[in-house]
Design a protein around this ligand. Structure first.
Ligand code: TXA
Ligand code: MG
Length: 337
């Protein structure tokens, strides 16, 4: 029954692989032979393919139903490996040394002669690189002996997955395998910083806060310009306004709730009508933004599954990881494409 799957994806029987030595070695072999393997990272689950194999990379776009060829993040295990693929200026080196392995992606000029497929980079001269810290992710990359292209392991436009169950909800039957792992600890995608010009630019707020990055740099980040010359792509091309979308509509900065609504709380939020709401969940009762980040996508899925037509979201402070949480909430609330 291939006709029920859009984008001509082939139906596959998705293997569930445990992260044992044998499982990891099998997953590495699958990746080397062009397979699509979902695996846990500390941010969200990724859908991996050999970044040097254009056909394998094309499979990622088909399985995700990604509307356009939006460049992918290339995952490697060390700064040394990253230096073989790209040029790092002083700021890029400072950030890599301070925060890798971890939830930071650097967009840097690619080195001529790198074997990364043009499709993975969407034809750009720059490359987005990340060194993940999650041990299972690191073992998979090691076993594959390849740089691994990996977007979040969800169907395009859907909420990013933080558990194996979320990945299977979206991609079971569309990918070759999934590595069974734990809930993602950070829970938000990596922060993306472009180090292409004089001053580093934040392209996407994420699991590493602006404050920590600016402290290491010793100066503030510049904001992405919306319009620049045709040669440079100033914003991450994948940062469409409507993204991370649950089925229900999302209402931000809520101070009240209707009886039919689901409610997303933060800390001791005061929501008028809360006791009559259909369902509610708190991102962090103790107002801890790291805990709230880790719970965000899971909470949105849970409230969405209640069948409520609308999710009312209490205000979340905008400092630290709150910047990325509010970014994802705004996207979830944006008019759907
Ligand atoms: O935490 C993460 O970053 C996760 C895990 C799996 O590593 N990955 C992830 O990938 O969130 P994805 O594909 O969902 O988002 C990657 C973003 C997209 O918005 C894409 O446009 C941007 O990175 N990007 C990739 N290469 C770029 C480049 N050369 N210049 C600017 N933006 C780039
Ligand atoms: Mg994504």
């Amino acid at each position: 029954m291939t006709n029920s799957i859009p984008n001509m994806s082939v139906i596959k029987s998705t293997q569930r692989i445990m992260p044992t030595a044998l499982g990891i070695s099998n997953a590495g072999a699958l990746l080397r032979s062009g397979g699509l393997v979902a695996f846990p990272t500390e941010t969200v689950y990724g859908l991996g393919a050999d970044a040097t194999n254009g056909t394998a990379v094309a499979g990622i776009f088909a399985a995700k139903g990604r509307p356009s060829f939006n460049p992918l993040i290339i995952h490697v295990n060390s700064l040394e490996k990253a230096l073989s693929l790209a040029e790092f200026n002083v700021d890029a080196l400072k950030l890599a040394e301070a925060f890798w392995p971890g939830p930071l992606t650097l967009v840097v000029p690619k080195k001529a002669g790198s074997r990364i497929s043009d499709l993975a980079l969407a034809g750009l001269d720059s490359i987005a690189i990340r060194v993940p810290s999650e041990p299972v992710a690191r073992r998979i990359i090691e076993a594959s002996e390849r740089p691994i292209a990996a977007p979040s392991a969800n169907r395009s436009g859907k909420v990013s997955p933080t558990t194996t169950g979320h990945v299977l909800d979206d991609l079971d039957g569309l990918i070759d395998a999934i590595i069974i792992g734990e809930t993602a600890k950070v829970g938000l995608e990596s922060t993306i910083i472009a180090c292409l010009d004089v001053r580093p630019t934040m392209l996407r707020p994420g699991g590493l806060s602006r404050e920590r990055i600016e402290k290491v740099l010793g100066h503030s980040l510049s904001e992405p310009l919306k319009f620049q010359g045709a040669k440079s792509l100033p914003i991450a091309p994948g940062m469409l306004l409507s993204h991370y979308a649950p089925r229900a509509s999302v209402r931000l900065e809520a101070h009240d709730a209707a009886p039919s609504e689901a409610v997303l709380l933060f800390g001791p939020s005061k929501i008028f009508g809360l006791s009559e709401a259909l369902i509610s969940t708190n991102l962090s009762e103790k107002s801890d933004l790291a805990e709230a980040a880790a719970n965000l996508f899971m909470a949105l899925r849970k409230l969405d599954a209640s069948g409520a037509g609308s999710i009312a979201v209490a205000p979340v402070p905008n400092w630290g990881l709150g910047e990325a949480i509010n970014d994802r909430l705004r996207r979830a609330a944006a008019p759907r494409l």
